[in-house]
Design a protein around this ligand. Structure first.
Ligand code: SF4
Length: 352
């Protein structure tokens, strides 16, 4: 068993092939791994006693090897716009935040991949924390499992966006394992169409993601030139726009998919007509859509939201250049659950 030798393993950290290998080392055949995986991810057993299709002897073996415990939010907060924030507590006492957002036709679940974040984007609360640690696959998938169970959503799964706390591509192996777990037919059986990974622009991870998965890609852009983007997003100093765009132009995009760009509009920072025209030129020829997100004001930043008139002007320039550019108002601002606001619970207002 290769994960964390010496520790009790959370079996939710394992993809099905990994779980089969682990159980094989315990002398158990592959069908036992499929049964265990399905108990964990479809039937959501909280402990091995609930796995009634497994013989008592197998359950005892599992108990000796694995730490199977419920992963449940210790706090939830509801916004007046219908979105709901969940705070989970990790075994080492940190908070993980996830947000369930009602859209017109479906639900979207925004999940976290790290506690804190090392990327240091100037407009983001999580970035101000620095990186505390990566989340394990079971802690990533656990957010989905708990919320799907609480709302009875197994038959109408929410769309998943890896857009909460942390930079997903900076926790690459655990990200990929979590996607494999979510897509497994013996688990929640997620379609690639319902999963989106959002990155600030970690170029090596983008190429790998295109190679390893078929999920949707979103890129947090926020500026059309290097000078401005480097002040907002330090990652741009390592992977400037030319390198990022080259990686995106080479991305193996399936025929009916497009890349989503997120552009958070900040008053007098990146919201002028000049910025909109530069953005239109920058993305020329890329199959994409641009989500325009008005900045969510918060106490940790002096940045202000754009004026409504500016927002409309910016959008009209993109539309005139044949881009799809919807205005996406981030939800949950009143419970600190909107874009860039997550992270208050990360360092420890989680009870220990
Ligand atoms: S915007 Fe994303 S990548 Fe940037 S600091 Fe915040 S969580 Fe990290």
């Amino acid at each position: 068993m290769k994960k964390d030798p010496g520790c009790m393993h959370d079996p939710r950290d394992y993809s099905l092939p990994e779980l089969s290998e682990a159980l094989q080392q315990m002398g158990l055949p592959p069908f036992r791994a499929r049964q265990l995986f399905s108990w964990l991810h479809q039937k959501q057993a909280a402990n091995s006693d609930q796995m009634t299709s497994l013989p008592q002897s197998v359950r005892a073996q599992l108990q000796e090897t694995f730490a199977i415990r419920a992963f449940e939010p210790f706090r939830t907060e509801s916004s007046k716009d219908g979105s709901r924030k969940y705070v989970f507590k990790t075994a080492d006492g940190h908070g993980i935040e996830s947000v369930l957002i009602p859209e017109r036709r479906h639900l979207t679940l925004c999940i976290s991949t790290q506690i804190g974040c090392a990327m240091g984007c100037s407009f983001c609360c999580t970035g101000q924390l620095g990186l505390v640690r990566n989340l394990r696959p079971g802690e990533i998938v656990g957010q989905v499992l708990a919320i799907v169970r609480e709302h009875g959503l197994a038959e109408r799964l929410p769309n998943i966006v890896y857009m909460g706390m942390g930079e997903p591509l900076a926790n690459y192996d655990n990200l990929i394992t979590s996607i494999r777990i979510l897509q497994d037919e013996h688990g929640l059986n997620y379609s690639h169409r319902k999963i989106t990974v959002s990155t600030c622009g970690l170029v090596p991870g983008i190429a790998a993601l295109g190679r390893d998965t078929d999920v949707n890609l979103a890129v947090s852009l926020n500026a059309p030139d290097d000078e401005l983007r480097s002040t907002l997003m330090p990652i741009n100093r390592t992977y400037p726009l030319a390198i990022l765009l080259e990686a995106l132009r080479g991305y193996p995009l399936p025929p009916r998919k497009r890349i989503t760009f997120e552009y958070i509009l900040m008053r007098d920072v990146n919201d002028s007509d000049r910025h909109a025209r530069a953005l239109a030129g920058l993305l020329k020829g890329l199959r994409c859509k641009i989500n325009l997100i008005p900045f969510n004001e918060h106490s940790g930043s002096d940045v202000r939201a754009p004026a409504e008139r500016r927002l409309a002007g910016f959008q009209s320039i993109l539309v005139a250049n044949n881009y799809t550019a919807p205005i996406r108002r981030s939800k949950g601002a009143d419970i600190a659950a909107a874009c860039g606001q997550l992270g208050r619970s990360a360092g420890g207002d989680a009870p220990r």
